[in-house]
Structure formats: structure tokens, C-alpha cells
Design a protein around this ligand. Structure first.
Ligand SMILES: [Zn+2]
Ligand SMILES: [Zn+2]
Length: 162
């Protein structure tokens, strides 16, 4: 799990993002839109969806990390159904090991896949997380200290510790 230890709370619907990659600090040439934080029904959505600045290289490993997460879920499901299905249809006991074995192999292969992070990268996966606290109050968590510092600088007027 990525270490999202640098948290900043802001009270705004338009948080400013730095113009460099939030993962490694290289000039941002791309962006990544996270899923919007959950809101209670009836609450207004932000005018503009959030987008995190990313460099092209980091967008690649971010995608790969997310794909790997999905692939691991598939592997785990395979392991579970590999046990449940033969039992349900009354196949011989030996078939019980097939599903988990395949699931396990898939999991190991996923773990080994190269995510192509650089030494500058602060995480393999997404380098920021946002949680919605109140109507216009968000808490941003960053893996990279410099990103959090730049974010504080850019959003100084909206900072809140309430
Ligand atoms: Zn980057
Ligand atoms: Zn990166």
C-alpha cells in the first residue's frame, strides 16, 4: 500500500494542482482523473472534476499498477471459484487444487510484472488520494512531500484545519 502520509485539508471546489507530475516531479504532460470522492445524495458535484498532473512515464506505471490490481482480483476469484465450482458440480477432489494453482500462478506473475517506475517515483500506484469531508472541504493525501508542499503553497487561501 502506498504511503499517503502528506495530508492537506482545503475548503474549496477548485483546488489548484501544481504543474509538475505529482508522482516524480517531472514536468506534467498528462493528467489522471481519479474517481470523484463519494458525496451524500443531493450534494452538488464540483464544477470541474479533479485531475492530477502526471508525466507520461508515470501515467504508464499508474495504469499498469491499476491493471495489476484488477488482475489480482481476477486471480483471487479464480482461486475461490476453483474450489467452489468443482465441489458444487461433484468433480473428483483432485480438481480442487487446479483453480487455486492457476489463481496462485496468476498472482505471482502479476507481482513480478515490471511497473517501470523511476528512482524519482514516489509510488507505483496513484500518488494522491482525496477524501471528501464536508460540502466544500477535501482532504488530499500525497505520497510525495514536495507535491504536498507545492499544493499547500498554491492553495494557501483555502487551507483549513477545521
Ligand atoms: Zn512522473
Ligand atoms: Zn512515477
Amino acid at each position: 500500500m502506498a504511503n499517503l502520509e502528506h495530508s492537506v485539508k482545503v475548503e474549496t471546489d477548485r483546488p489548484c494542482m501544481p504543474d509538475f507530475c505529482i508522482c516524480c516531479g517531472a514536468p506534467a504532460t498528462d493528467s489522471y482523473r481519479p474517481e470523484s470522492p463519494g458525496r451524500m445524495k443531493g450534494m452538488p458535484q464540483p464544477d470541474e472534476p479533479l485531475a492530477y498532473p502526471y508525466c507520461a512515464a508515470c501515467k504508464v506505471h499508474l495504469r499498469a499498477a491499476q491493471d495489476r490490481k484488477t488482475a489480482n482480483l481476477v486471480a483471487i476469484n479464480f482461486a475461490i471459484w476453483g474450489v467452489g465450482l468443482p465441489l458444487a458440480v461433484g468433480l473428483p477432489l483432485v480438481s480442487l487444487v487446479v483453480g487455486p494453482t492457476i489463481g496462485g500462478l496468476m498472482y505471482v506473475r502479476n507481482r513480478r510484472s515490471n511497473l517501470q517506475t523511476t528512482d524519482e517515483c514516489s509510488t507505483e500506484g496513484v500518488a494522491a488520494r482525496v477524501s471528501w469531508l464536508r460540502k466544500h472541504t477535501y482532504e488530499f493525501s500525497f505520497t510525495r512531500k514536495e507535491t504536498a508542499e507545492a499544493f499547500v503553497e498554491l492553495n494557501r487561501d483555502s487551507l483549513t484545519d477545521r
